[in-house]
Design a protein around this ligand. Structure first.
Ligand code: NAD
Length: 456
């Protein structure tokens, strides 16, 4: 494909000559594969998770918390536009567009882990059909494609050369879990590549499949830098309001009132304090930017990002302090108290606990010898963070000494304070997400604590 004229790409797309392979068909990769298949392109999804592959091929849509794709899934499986396999060697040689949606987590020391991309990169070197285009959708630090991935792919018996035998681009994914279909329809795509021709080709392909604005970036690293900058901006802003939240608790000021007022100013962007920042993106992305500066003399410039991480990572401990303070008010301590923890997902209404602040809260409560009862509508009666979870909200709060709302799932919005008054053994409610009307809570007789909610 790379030797074709750029204005032929639309002919190839319409004639079915573009054969797509998406490697990594998880939260982002499966909706991506579904979108390509739904645009009429023959698509194969590759994943090392054999259960997932089996589920997809047998027509069971796996992303139950990702609305909108179930009908597309049914159609493309029925029309045989999509199938899944664990065998990369079956899929890649039959494809000419290879999309990488592989995980890019970090290790215990917060060092980005690109092992999935490295391992697949080695296979691509052996399996790629000449003329193929590669798109890296995974979130990576600027320079990873240019400095590492290309040479990994080139180091092989086939001696493929980037720019001659294959080409490579990045299109960093920015969709939000739980809202991926919406985001796919409206968010612009950033496309950067190793040469102008590839940028134009990938831009045409993504325009054809997604119909959104394409922002052409000068190269791969600038596209990746843009993706990371947007997320690190958010991480830092959340840290800023988290710091203010703790200050305002001490000053007797309700941060929600402050933010509502600031929101009226034209150049203010509202972020909310909370129990911490989790998920596969924000925390990792901050560490990816930090990692990209390793060994550089100006590394110290990034201290604002380090400080933001430190603040956001300390918030689960602040939650436990608020809880402890409330328990002390009624003459109890954390040790031996039964604590109902509501929500463990890192964000509302999705089934995802990657780097969730709930894990640190639970760990801290274990250290302090509390008795925890955990409820999350997406993790009913299961085993998470080495703890059994409950099956119902009512059972969880009944007889507990305190309830802590950790995730703002819809099920926890609009809960009446009177419910907590009726069910809890001691009337303590800690709201880490600002979803409870604290004045109603107080009026109902609850001992209330909330992050940044001074002035009770
Ligand atoms: N989830 C998000 O919110 C989000 C948003 C934007 C970007 N991203 C980025 O997209 C990328 C993918 O994230 P995700 O959330 O879809 O991850 P995920 O864990 O949901 O999916 C990744 C899939 O890759 C598979 N896999 C792992 N190693 C493999 C290998 N060697 N060969 C084939 N398959 C392999 C896994 O089994 C899994 O199904 C990451 O770089 C992430 O940072 C994620």
């Amino acid at each position: 494909m790379i030797s074709s004229d750029t204005n032929e790409i639309n002919i190839y797309l319409k004639s079915g000559e573009v054969k797509v392979c998406v490697i990594g068909i998880g939260r982002i990769g499966l909706p991506t594969a579904l979108s390509f298949a739904n645009a009429g392109l023959d698509t194969v999804g590759v994943d090392i998770n054999a259960d997932l592959v089996k589920m997809i091929n047998s027509g069971n849509y796996p992303l139950k918390d990702e609305p909108g794709f179930d009908k597309i899934f049914e159609d493309v499986i029925k029309n045989k536009k999509l199938f899944a396999t664990t065998e990369i060697s079956e899929a890649v040689p039959k494809s000419n567009l290879v999309i990488l949606s592989l995980p890019t987590p970090m290790d215990k020391n917060n060092v980005p882990d690109y092992s999935a991309l490295i391992s697949v990169g080695k296979s691509l070197g052996k399996l790629l059909r000449k003329g193929s285009l590669i798109v890296v959708e995974s979130t990576i630090e600027p320079g990873f494609v240019e400095n590492e991935l290309i040479s990994i792919i080139e180091t092989n018996d086939k001696k493929l050369k980037a720019g001659e035998d294959f080409s490579i681009s990045t299109c960093p994914e920015t969709a939000n879990p739980g809202e991926i279909q919406n985001d796919f329809k409206k968010l612009p795509r950033l496309v950067g590549a190793i040469n102008e021709k590839t940028t134009v080709m990938i831009a045409e392909i993504y325009k054809y499949v997604f119909g959104v604005e394409i922002i052409k970036m000068p190269d791969c690293k600038t596209a990746n830098a843009a993706k990371l900058t947007a997320n690190v901006f958010r991480d830092i802003n959340i840290a800023f309001v988290n710091e203010l939240a703790i200050l305002f608790e001490n000053l007797g000021i309700d941060i929600i009132k402050v933010l509502e007022a600031c929101d009226k100013k034209y150049n203010f962007e509202t972020h909310y304090p909370g129990a911490g920042v989790g998920g596969p993106c924000l925390p990792v992305n901050s560490y990816q930017i930090l990692n990209s500066a390793r060994g550089m003399e100006n590394n110290g410039l990034l201290k604002i990002i380090r400080a933001a991480r430190e603040t956001n990572e300390s918030m689960p401990y602040h939650v436990v302090e608020l809880l402890s303070d409330a328990l002390n008010q009624v003459g109890k301590s954390v040790k031996g108290s039964t604590i109902a923890l509501l929500g463990i997902s890192y964000k509302p209404n999705v089934k995802d606990i990657q780097l969730a602040p709930a894990e640190s809260i639970i760990k801290r409560l274990d250290e302090l010898q509390a008795i925890t009862k955990i409820y999350d509508p997406f993790f009913k009666s299961s085993n998470v963070f080495s703890h059994k979870t409950e099956n119902s909200l009512m059972d969880t709060i009944t007889g507990a000494d305190a309830a802590v709302i950790i995730t703002a799932h819809n099920e926890f919005r609009n809960l009446e304070p009177s419910l907590f008054m009726a069910k809890l053994r001691t009337p303590i409610l800690v709201d880490t997400r600002g979803i409870v009307d604290m004045h109603s809570a107080k009026k109902a007789g609850l001992v209330f604590r909330g992050i940044g909610r001074g002035g009770i």
